[in-house]
Each structure stands twice: as structure tokens, then as C-alpha cells.
Design a binder for this molecule. Structure first.
Ligand SMILES: Cc1cc2nc3c(=O)[nH]c(=O)nc-3n(C[C@H](O)[C@H](O)[C@H](O)COP(=O)(O)OP(=O)(O)OC[C@H]3O[C@@H](n4cnc5c(N)ncnc54)[C@H](O)[C@@H]3O)c2cc1C
Length: 480
């Protein structure tokens, strides 16, 4: 039996990481080879759930036989324009498992309960090809002509201002472009109220083009380099395989599953006490890698000013429902990857992805997997509805929009409470304020969703950056 002294020593850590999502795991992975004063670092990843991965959650459900369909409850792809997550996959030996979407198809948008494909050449909010736009059924003639006149719209006279997406898109492309594209697409991608979203944070490159070229379309034309790579990739066995591979690289003693942290207290002259239902730990360095509202609650007693700054970052909840249908039961299966739903349409779902059509080998050939999203900033009550209601709402919308008939063959539902940061106007300033606040607390660091970051690439990069800072400090090159 361990003596009380031994037990106490085991509870003294060099580094504690709160949250076993991708941010915390990426940091732990970068710290694994690091030697402490008496050998390898003593480190713990405290994870409240009984699994690692946080909002990355690959599941298997059965259509014909158990587990023959793969569903992503959370993230399903990694953007290629930011390399951190993809490089990490390669480093972990998952390079051969990276998969591209089956084609370069795009998405549709619902308008008056019909699906209308976004015209070819549409770059998020910008129609770069004239003829596909003119032929599109999504827009009215005045709406199309207004979009094409974008190069003649005056540029902002205050390029540094944190403008809303609504204001930016209406100014550049007209109100119809906002209502029929920007609102449903950005509102869906970020489960947000698009009227509140910051253009700088969500449409940064477009705002930059306006600034440099006086017009988004002119800028895209002048600066465009044909790219042969896809915008997103995934992993053959789902993004859960990245979490699995990362955790295999960590000593098992580093992981405390089902161990939610309840309170955090600073220990003078340096270090932190970590209180959990399984007892207390002490750590020299403390990395918070769980959503900012959770961090705020953990620090409310010890650091009220920091806790209040953390609570200024707003987060939304959402529910994903994956539904599996027999292919023959889908009357109007489009040949793109899914659709977004404007807030003005009478549907409950915000968006849907035909997951099995986007990436190969997600379901047996006779079946399709459709992933739907509900909740978000404009439907905060959804996350508290019962499973049956949420599944029924998703199924009813799919029945109306793509003509699925009969009950789904299988389904899976996941709630993400206060898990998605809202990039509202002022987000960047709030994050900057938060970073300044954190610096005042010795041995304390924030990464990923704790800092209001969203997306695997940014979360991996921020976890890795904190690990590099901690290594540098342990080397005595810097101290904080
Ligand atoms: C539905 C959905 C779809 C998404 N799709 C994509 C996508 O396609 N591509 C993409 O790049 N990004 C996507 N994202 C975003 C991406 O998944 C996240 O930005 C990223 O995974 C966040 O990682 P994280 O480690 O910072 O936080 P999280 O994944 O939130 O992990 C935080 C962890 O902390 C734990 N925790 C919380 N409180 C405590 C506590 N008190 N004690 C101990 N542990 C605690 C939680 O249980 C959780 O495991 C999506 C997100 C969602 C919700």
C-alpha cells in the first residue's frame, strides 16, 4: 500500500491540463518527451468525461449489422488552409489515412422550402463566376445584378472597424446575398446569430481584399491562384482516430478520465491546487483547455477578475443528430454535400451534411448517413429537448427537404453544451483582454476553446504553442 507521503508526492505535478479535448491532448503530446528535473515530467490530463476527444467524437451505428455506419457527432473535417492539425496527423503516422472529399461539390441553401445549389465558383460569400450566378435559381434578378456590381460598391472608410457580417455583406453584395447565403452559411457553420458575427473574425480574408483592392471580387480575381487541393480533409476511420493515436503516445498514468475538476486555487509563491471529487492535486503549471465558461466557473473563487473576463466570451450549444436511411428511401438525394437553412425558413435544423456522400466508406452502399445540426444562438432551448423530439424534428425536416420516407434505420444524437465559441463583434478584443489577464497569473495558461478558439487547426496550434512556452520556461529561458 502506498504511504501517505508517497501518495502526496504522486499528487504533485509539473503540469496539469484541464480538458482532454484536442487542445489539451496536443499540448500533452508535445510535452511527453520533455524531461523534468528528476526524469520525465509528471503530468496529468484531467478529463470530466469517461472518454478523450471533447467535441471530436466518432461513433459507429448499425444499419444492417452493428457498427457498419460511421458517424461524426462533432467535428468531421480539417481545413487545409491552416496546417497544424493535418501536420500533427502526419507526424503521428496518419498521413496515409488522410482522405479527401469524394468530389469538389459544394452545398445548397434552402429557399422557400426548396434546395438551391450555391452557384459554381461561390467562395463562401462571393460569386466569382458570372454565368453560374446568372443561371442560379437561388437569387432574384435584382439580387444577382447587385452582387455583380460589388466592384463598384464603395470601400469602407474605416477598414479597422469590427463590423458585423450583416453590415459587411449587405454593403458589398446587397441584402439578398446576406439573407440567402451569408446568414444561413455562417450562421450554420458557427451555430450563431449571423447578425451578431464579426466580419473580421469570420470573413477576415474578404475584409482584407476589400481593404487591399477596394473590392472583394476584384481582389479574388487579382490574387487568385488556382488550387488543386481540397478545402477540407478527414481521416479514413474518422477524426476519433487522431484522438486515439494521440492518447496512445501518452503514458496511461497521465490520463485521469471521469475526473472533472471542481475548483482551482493559486498556491503562493507559485503553482495551483486542483480540486476534484477524487481528491486534490498540486501543479507547478496549469493549462486550461476546456471551454471558457467552464474555466470561468473553476476560477470564480480564486481569480474573480479573470473569471469575469472568461465569462465575456460567449458560447452556444448545439445538438447533432446523425440519421441513417436506406438510399432507396431518399426521393431527392442531391449530388452535393448538404445544405444550410436560413433563419427565415420554417425548419428546425440549421444545416445538414450527407456525411456518407462527402467522404467514402462511411456506410454500406445501400445506405446514406445524414448529419444534422440543431440549437445554436437562435434556438437555445433545443439542447434541453428530449432525444425523441430532436430526432423527430431532424427527420421531419429531411422528409420535407430531400424526401426521406419511413423511419431512419439508425440514429445517434449528441448534445454539445456551451461548446462553440461565438465570434461576435468584439470577440478579438475580448480574447486580447483575456490574454492580458492570464499573464498576470503565474503558471497559468489557456488553449483552444478556453481562449475562444474554434476548429481543429487553431486548437492544435494553440495547445502546441502553450507546450512550447512551458518547455521554454522549464529550460529557464523565460519565467512567468
Ligand atoms: C458539432 C460540432 C462540429 C464541429 N465541426 C468541426 C469541423 O468539422 N472541423 C473543425 O475543425 N472543427 C469543428 N468543430 C470545432 C472543434 O471540434 C473544436 O473547436 C475543438 O475540437 C475544440 O477542442 P478543445 O480541446 O479546445 O475543446 P473541447 O473539445 O471542448 O474539449 C474540452 C474538454 O474539456 C473537458 N472538460 C470540461 N470541463 C471540465 C472540467 N471541469 N474538468 C475536466 N475536464 C473538463 C470536456 O469534457 C472536454 O472533453 C466542431 C464542433 C462541434 C461542437
Amino acid at each position: 500500500m502506498a504511504s501517505p507521503r508517497q501518495n502526496h508526492e504522486q499528487r504533485r505535478l509539473d503540469v496539469a491540463i484541464i480538458g482532454g479535448g484536442i487542445s489539451g491532448l496536443a499540448a500533452a503530446y508535445r510535452l511527453r518527451a520533455r524531461q523534468g528535473p528528476g526524469g520525465p515530467l509528471s503530468l496529468r490530463v484531467f478529463e470530466a468525461c469517461d472518454r478523450l476527444g471533447g467535441t471530436i467524437q466518432t461513433e459507429r451505428v448499425g444499419a444492417e449489422v452493428p457498427g457498419d455506419c460511421m458517424c461524426e457527432a462533432g467535428a468531421d473535417s480539417m481545413i487545409t488552409s491552416k496546417p497544424a492539425a493535418i501536420e500533427l496527423c502526419r507526424e503521428l503516422g496518419l498521413g496515409d489515412a488522410l482522405v479527401e472529399p469524394r468530389s469538389r461539390e459544394g452545398f445548397s441553401v434552402v429557399h422557400e422550402q426548396q434546395l438551391h445549389p450555391l452557384p459554381r465558383g461561390f467562395q463562401l460569400i462571393a460569386p466569382t463566376e458570372r454565368w453560374p450566378l446568372l443561371r442560379s435559381s437561388l437569387f432574384s434578378w435584382p439580387g444577382k445584378l447587385r452582387m455583380l456590381r460589388e466592384p463598384h460598391a464603395p470601400a469602407s472608410d474605416d477598414p479597422g472597424a469590427d463590423e458585423s457580417v450583416e453590415s459587411f455583406v449587405v454593403r458589398r453584395f446587397g441584402r439578398e446575398a446576406f439573407e440567402r447565403v451569408a446568414e444561413p452559411v455562417l450562421g450554420g457553420l458557427f451555430v450563431a446569430d449571423a447578425t451578431q458575427l464579426s466580419a473580421a473574425r469570420t470573413l477576415g480574408p474578404f475584409a482584407e481584399l476589400e481593404h487591399r483592392f477596394g473590392s472583394v471580387l476584384r481582389g479574388l480575381r487579382d490574387s487568385s491562384r488556382a488550387s488543386s487541393s481540397p478545402a477540407q480533409v478527414s481521416l479514413k476511420d474518422g477524426l476519433g482516430s487522431l484522438v486515439e493515436r494521440l492518447s496512445e503516445q501518452l503514458p496511461s498514468s497521465w490520463i485521469e478520465l471521469g475526473c472533472g475538476v471542481e475548483k482551482l486555487w493559486p498556491l503562493p509563491p507559485g503553482g495551483w491546487r486542483i480540486e476534484t471529487a477524487r481528491g486534490n492535486w498540486e501543479a507547478h503549471k496549469l493549462l486550461l483547455a476546456c471551454p471558457a465558461p467552464k474555466c470561468s466557473a473553476l476560477l470564480s473563487g480564486a481569480a474573480p477578475t479573470l473569471a469575469s473576463t472568461l465569462s465575456e466570451l460567449r458560447f452556444a450549444s448545439c445538438v447533432t443528430v446523425n440519421l441513417v436511411y436506406r438510399r432507396a428511401r431518399v426521393v431527392r438525394l442531391p449530388n452535393d454535400f448538404g445544405f444550410f437553412v436560413p433563419r427565415t425558413e420554417p425548419n428546425h435544423i440549421l444545416a445538414a451534411t450527407y456525411a456518407s456522400e462527402k467522404f467514402a466508406a462511411r456506410a454500406p452502399g445501400d445506405y446514406i448517413v445524414v448529419r444534422t445540426f440543431q440549437g445554436g444562438a437562435l434556438d437555445r432551448a433545443a439542447v434541453d429537448l428530449d432525444d425523441e423530439t430532436l430526432i423527430e424534428r431532424a427527420h421531419a425536416d429531411l422528409a420535407r427537404l430531400i424526401g426521406v420516407s419511413g423511419p431512419p434505420r439508425a440514429s445517434s444524437l449528441t448534445r454539445f453544451r456551451e461548446a462553440i465559441p461565438q465570434f461576435e463583434i468584439g470577440h478579438a478584443a475580448r480574447v486580447a483582454r483575456l490574454e492580458r489577464q492570464v499573464e498576470k497569473h503565474q503558471g497559468l495558461y489557456l488553449a483552444g476553446s478556453a481562449l475562444g478558439a474554434y476548429g481543429l487547426a487553431d486548437c492544435v496550434a494553440s495547445g502546441e504553442a502553450v507546450a512550447a512556452t512551458i518547455c521554454a520556461e522549464l529550460d529557464g529561458r523565460e519565467s512567468r
